[in-house]
Design a protein around this ligand. Sequence first.
Ligand SMILES: NC(=O)c1ccc[n+]([C@@H]2O[C@H](COP(=O)([O-])OP(=O)(O)OC[C@H]3O[C@@H](n4cnc5c(N)ncnc54)[C@H](OP(=O)(O)O)[C@@H]3O)[C@@H](O)[C@H]2O)c1
Length: 339
Amino acid sequence: MAEEMSATLSIARRLPLSGGKGAIPQLGYGVYQCPAATTAATTLHALQSGYRHIDTAGIYRNEHAVVAGTAQFLRLNPTVSRSDIFISTKFAPHLKGYEAAKASIAQSLSHFRNPLALNDARLKIPAVRPDGVTRVAWPGYDDFANSGEKTERDGLGYIDLYLIHAPSGTLEERNGAWRAMVEAQGRGEIKHLGVSNYGVRHLKELFEFIEGEEREGRAGGKVEVWQGEVHPWLSRWDITRLCEEKGIVVQAYSPLARATRWGDKLLREVKERTGKSEAQILVRWSLQMGFVPLPKSEKNERIDENADVFDFELTEEEVKKLDTGKYEPSSWDPTVWTN
Ligand SMILES: NC(=O)c1ccc[n+]([C@@H]2O[C@H](COP(=O)([O-])OP(=O)(O)OC[C@H]3O[C@@H](n4cnc5c(N)ncnc54)[C@H](OP(=O)(O)O)[C@@H]3O)[C@@H](O)[C@H]2O)c1
């Protein structure tokens, strides 16, 4: 994957998707492990900071909160369109096959189409601040929460990107889940399709299935995005080269390597040269590699920090040196599953 021309990088940059009908904002905000009770607020904050892409999942149990925060943002910012925002969600790994995928898509779609008001009990947002004031301290909360009004704008209408979270189940079950996704795309419920944590073998099996469907005159769908753990200690050239060859965008999860590498020698050197933080250097590396990094934080100041990466640039040599060639996942690694 060629390093991107730094001059073209900006928070507004979108990468075209190979289905030909849209683009994905290159910087995303990840919400794994963010409690639902705070995720509406952090989502709203991220969107106000300029992020236009959020990554959630059925198993994160905060999809509804992401949608609530996004709907609130759109309400407060009428000049921003629904189509400016991109939300990824996923088919949970413990569920398998066609019927389960159909039911999961329906559940996600119902979240996307029926955003909860911020004072809805299901969001579990505290209605009373510790100082006793009956309001939550973020813009427009009372306005939306108490209006009781639901406008067409409040519903997000469709899912931007639906991913199979991991290559669990049998090949038949994985293909069945994919078929349910293709059908939902045909109904306009999902815009783009992809897979997460698939290894080279899983991807090739899926490409074969898609070709088979098309040979028999059925819509096979297109793998437009692959999501996986990618950072300098796990650049996964086998998978990312295959993605490049097939025109598949790489969403890089755990782009900060879960904040476990702050003492790294090279990171410290680049930090000294640029005055930027380790987290910013890692986000910038991912962007310059042409990936779509999804840094996660529950803290507003870090959400801002992770997006403040467009006033410096890594040299070509730094980009190359940071790619350590190591294979050190910071969490699970389903790409090697043999089921
Ligand atoms: N498809 C999958 O299987 C999969 C798996 C993992 C992740 N993901 C996606 O990728 C996203 C990101 O991955 P991740 O959550 O594993 O890891 P990550 O983004 O690499 O790191 C998150 C950790 O870094 C900390 N952090 C964030 N910004 C920081 C900063 N500026 N300075 C210091 N520490 C900072 C966070 O703490 P605070 O929150 O306290 O700031 C958190 O502990 C997830 O949220 C999820 O959307 C997908």
